[in-house]
Design a protein around this ligand. Structure first.
Ligand code: GN1
Ligand code: MG
Length: 374
């Protein structure tokens, strides 16, 4: 079945060897991902093939242009600083006519990478140590890209983390009530209205120049950093579709929202959802150590705000998609987006309860990093 979906696409990519197997990766909410196995004499070659969701990515050429330039920069920086970029950066497989994406006869868009073997992408981190490595992975990504000219990148999804515009889109969706679901979500609507000022706080700081735009990843889920199976170390940041100019608070906040929750993003039993402070500390340590020296004080001190805003932003995005009738995120039940939104709201309530603790913890790590510099 899976093979039938992809078989017509395979001959158009420069894969080496003879096709022998495929498995689908089910964890993404937007694109469809397949791992391919090819046999080449006595060796096996593995590739990642992705079908790009063009409802979400309206201009895949811009996405691919960003990915090409960012991976080139990362490769050069890694070779310069550690001598090799082997398994440390995504490597695109071109089509037989030398392009970085393939458009099939139905207009569907596909791209491929070398699959990085012997590493894991964790939907759930099992320990603070793993979460610290995820923090190092994303922190190092920022570090390697901190001299990349952000203005050279396209914005494939404009206003992606403009949380205030997300609020306006939500109000518009309420107004339209396309799927007739607004009547069931009174409490959630009230919650969003109460939080609208907070949603606008990061964009306001960017607009006023209080914090800078940087090249950011913008989708810092723990499963977007590969950890080496033998050493446990972060080796490669993946899923570069949303790399574009943004704030470091987005990357930090979204990573904590996803990776330091005690439950999955779509946990139905909200009594299971809270913030795992050991994982928060571990991630913060790894992230601040890797980014030491180039983040500004304003950025560092506002990292906890990133957690609040990004958790609320995801709540409002899931809720908006629920109201619209599930047109954006993949769902496995009619309530899936509502369950996700409620889970984010539960997490946000715990984050707000721990606000002071989060601020003090962040300041401790900032002070430790600063002491190392002196
Ligand atoms: C989507 O598909 P995935 O898991 O890489 C979404 C992210 C959300 C995430 C929530 C382009 O990412 O912004 O945070 O789902 N990506 C896009 O799980 O919208
Ligand atoms: Mg993604």
């Amino acid at each position: 079945m899976t093979y039938n979906t992809i078989k017509n696409v395979l001959p158009f990519f420069k894969f080496i060897g003879k096709y022998s197997n495929v498995r689908e990766v089910t964890s993404g909410n937007v694109n469809n991902t397949f791992v391919l196995e090819y046999e080449d004499h006595q060796r096996k070659n593995y590739y990642t093939l992705q079908h790009i969701n063009t409802y979400v990515f309206k201009n895949p050429h811009e996405v691919m242009s960003n990915i090409s330039s960012v991976t080139n920069h990362l490769r050069n920086a890694l070779i310069r600083t550690s001598g090799s970029a082997e398994r440390r950066v995504l490597e695109l497989i071109h089509t037989i006519d030398g392009k970085n994406l393939f458009e099939d006869e139905d207009g569907d868009i596909w791209r491929a990478y070398v699959y990085i073997d012997g590493a894991s992408a964790l939907d759930i981190t099992n320990s603070p140590q793993e979460m610290e490595e995820v923090g190092r992975g994303f922190g190092n990504f920022q570090k390697l890209l901190h001299d990349f000219p952000a203005q050279d990148l396209f914005c494939p999804i404009p206003n992606f983390h403009h949380s205030l515009k997300r609020f306006f889109a939500f109000v518009h969706a309420l107004d339209q009530d396309k799927a007739g679901r607004v009547k069931d979500i009174e409490e959630e609507i009230e919650f969003m209205f109460e939080n609208r000022r907070m949603l606008g706080s990061i964009v306001k700081m960017l607009d006023n120049g209080i914090i800078p735009y940087r090249v950011t990843h913008n989708d810092t889920k723990s499963n977007n950093v590969l950890l080496d199976n033998e050493t446990g170390k972060a080796i490669c940041v993946i899923d570069l579709d949303t790399v574009m100019p943004g704030s470091v608070l987005y990357d930090y906040g979204d990573a904590i929202r996803f990776g330091a929750s005690t439950a999955a993003e779509d946990e139905e039993d909200i009594s299971k959802i809270s913030l795992d402070m050991e994982k928060v500390k571990a991630f913060t340590k790894g992230f601040i150590e890797e980014t030491n020296g180039f983040l500004t004080n304003e950025e560092l001190l506002n990292l906890p705000l990133g957690i609040k805003v990004l958790t609320c932003e995801l709540a409002i995005r899931f809720l908006t998609d629920y109201i619209d009738g599930d047109v954006y995120f993949k769902v496995n039940s009619p309530d899936h987006n509502l369950i996700r939104a409620r889970a984010q709201i539960a997490l946000l309530n715990d984050i707000v309860r721990r606000e002071k603790e989060l601020q003090e913890m962040t300041e401790r790590y900032i002070a430790r990093a600063a002491a190392k510099n002196n």
